[in-house]
Design a protein around this ligand. Structure first.
Ligand SMILES: Nc1ncnc2c1ncn2[C@@H]1O[C@H](COP(=O)(O)OP(=O)(O)O)[C@@H](O)[C@H]1O
Ligand SMILES: [Mg+2]
Length: 275
């Protein structure tokens, strides 16, 4: 803990009035709603930038629930989620972490990239994900029972997994799960147009290009171009940037540091949009 007692967790507590735009791809909205109503925890798997975070904030707003989002990182501990005693004005006071707040107040707690977190995090998740739905707070001696409107959602990117960092089956098998992928072309076109303001016809070309670039994933590319990057590209084009420059900055540079790989991507882009 830092001297001021500040926690290393950065969480966002949202209470949105407006429904964030989310274009469904499959049955994910129904699945989420069923899981919420049946008090089951949900696991979302999928590559970066494919809409997982947007989906969760959309569903939280749709259900009218507060959303506590935590981006997990390799220093994140159980105490960052549950809470800790902090020194405030000469007194020590217990301050709830985002998970505890969601359990106390009701709401959705979303742990993004959960496999990054320290191993002790799974220890607090286990009792919350069985049918007792309990959160024991050792430090305060409390045993909190999650209300009906508490939901735990976690996500990770299986593409990044290595042996040291993956969810153990004993954790995984406590969740209802759904795999996310990049949206099919018609949906992705709609998303990119809506998010960037670029005309849908012009977005079609970008979406087709993305499919071609994603086919290049594997040998040299760790991950295919994300919907997020397509939105960036379309946003720059809509703002007046020449297409090739926009594509270079959003669909080539962020994807690889390797010059040969970059060259290959650029070739595919030029083949689509001309020199
Ligand atoms: N189905 C979708 N509906 C609406 N926006 C989407 C969708 N899929 C992707 N996006 C766009 O892609 C961006 C990145 O999505 P995000 O949810 O942050 O990805 P992830 O959490 O999977 O990394 C969003 O900000 C949004 O603009
Ligand atoms: Mg995300």
């Amino acid at each position: 803990m830092s001297p001021t007692g500040a926690s290393s967790v950065e969480s966002i507590a949202e209470n949105q009035r407006e429904l964030p735009f989310y274009q469904p791809v499959d049955n994910e909205c129904e699945l989420f709603e069923h899981a919420y109503r049946q008090r089951l925890p949900l696991l979302l798997k999928g590559p970066t930038g494919c809409g997982k975070t947007r989906f969760v904030s959309h569903m939280a707003a749709k259900l009218g629930k507060s959303l506590f989002t935590v981006s997990c990182h390799d220093d994140l501990t159980a105490a960052d989620l549950t809470g800790r005693y902090l020194l405030q004005g000469g007194e020590t006071r217990w301050v709830d972490g985002p998970l505890t707040r969601a359990v106390r107040e009701g709401g959705i707690c979303y742990l993004d990239e959960v496999v990054e977190a320290r191993k002790d995090v799974t220890v607090v998740l286990h009792p919350l994900t069985d049918d007792r739905r309990l959160l024991p707070l050792e430090r305060t001696g409390e045993l909190l029972e999650a209300p009906d409107d508490f939901m735990l959602v976690i996500s990770y990117n299986p593409g990044y997994q290595h042996i040291l960092k993956s969810l153990k089956p004993s954790t995984r098998q406590r969740f209802v799960a759904k795999t996310f992928g990049f949206p099919p072309p018609t949906v992705e076109r709609e998303v990119v147009a809506r998010e960037s303001g670029l005309a849908p016809e012009r977005c079609s070309a970008l979406v087709n290009l993305a499919a071609r670039l994603r086919d290049m994933k594997g040998q040299d590319l760790e991950e295919g171009v994300s919907t997020r990057l397509l939105v960036y590209c379309a946003t720059l084009i809509a703002a007046g940037m020449p297409i090739l420059q926009a594509a270079q900055a959003t669909l080539v540079e962020p994807l690889s540091d390797d010059e040969d790989v970059q060259e290959g991507l650029l070739e595919a882009i030029k083949a689509t949009f001309g020199e």
